[in-house]
Design a protein around this ligand. Sequence first.
Ligand SMILES: [Fe+2]
Length: 510
Amino acid sequence: MASRRALLIRAAALAGAALAPAGWTRAFAQARLADYPFGLGVASGDPLPDGVVLWTRLATDPKAMDGGMTPAPVEVAWEIAEDEQLSRGVRRGRALAAAEAGHSVHVEVAGLKPDRDYWYRFTAGGHATPVARTRTAPEPQADVRRLRIAYGSCQKWEAGYYPALAHLAADHPDLVLFLGDYIYEKAASKGDVARLHPPEAADDLASYRHRYAWYKADADLQAAHAAAPWMVMWDDHEVSNDYGDDQDRSNPPPAQFLKRRAAAYQAYWENMPLRRTALPAGPDMHLYRALDWGRLARLAVIDDRQYRAHRACDADPDSKLIPAACPERFEPGRTMLGRPQEDWLAQELRGSTARWNLLGQQTLMGPLDTPDGQVSNDGWDGYVATRRRILETWRDHKVANPVVLGGDVHAFFAGDMSVEPGGPPVASEFVGGSISSLGMDAATMAAVLAANPRLAMGDGETRGYGLVDLTPDACAVTFRAVASALEPVSPIRDLARFVVENGQAGLKRA
Ligand SMILES: [Fe+2]
């Protein structure tokens, strides 16, 4: 190994010499690969029946502002095989990790077989990543008997560690769905924190890149990526607190905010296992999409941030709570998704022949009243007409078994949704807690549950994630809870378990 590495470094130096003077930087970059360049781990994502995205981003020193990297591009090799020893290789290739893309690599592998595990790794400068697992989706008409999806959100670095992600990896999901707040953009908190990150807020490309690198240096986060393909969606903190369209909580000039959004979206693209279809163009990035898992499931993942109408009844920019009677939130023209995305979603739902129709979205989708009669204008309660249109599409087009998965609120919630309050259930929703971010205490939760009888369960004090086990007969959802996210290592338990049976709207405790 050592001699092979020495040989590679010498070869790189020779290549650099031949390319002088531009080659000087190249030789310099290769020389710095004396340090391990895969400090941010690997990932895979967005599986199709014949392929998957493989991702890595180079950083020899993840917590340095520049990641330890020079501006020179670095050649990275990748390989994917049918076995964990990589002895039955099926595809391999090379890609350039360029500074313009934050030294990230996105490989869209094609030509794979459907519905099976693969293993992959990257190599560069004589270094190799650990071997990671991924999986392809089944063929569209395949009669699939089971699918396990782990889903999570909200992993604020300062709030704790990621033992939840270590357990998520050990649960061996076919797919991981991440529903946003992968990073938090804010400046360091003044008070006590579980662990430190850079003092300044992320608000331009360099600082967003730095924040992702800081998070991605975490070993449990890397393990969760190495365990299964991910399907990712952002929420607000990948950009700025409570943002929507060209507005955030602090109301900066829209043109200035869109510059920040463009930087944040670019950094998001660079750090996630996404296809080229999601490549950002300035402040625009097409992230909503659907994934089919044979005839068993269709999973639509929607972007409720980029296209939403401005906040309803926004009298106090520092508070998201508004009177429930605010008339603006009921206006039929108000949209949470933007018309093109709403039309796309309706088409995905109407045209689906899947047994289960999962909707991955950022937050609690059904109504939530506070005990004193207020609602949040940052969630679906500020966009009642959009929610109603989706509920009516499920009901009127007899969409099979709609189940909603959510995050954002730093709590576990389970409940049914109906078109009219108190009406028959049309869909069930399951909000899967938070990986580390802190939520409401038990007394506050008790008051919230008392004010919202549609909710079967709520827990804001426990950190964890959700596990969805689908079969043709049932959708079982298990809320998985760690004892403490203030410890790097912490045991896991089942907090609650629910079942939705095929053809019978409404959740049951299991
Ligand atoms: Fe969050």
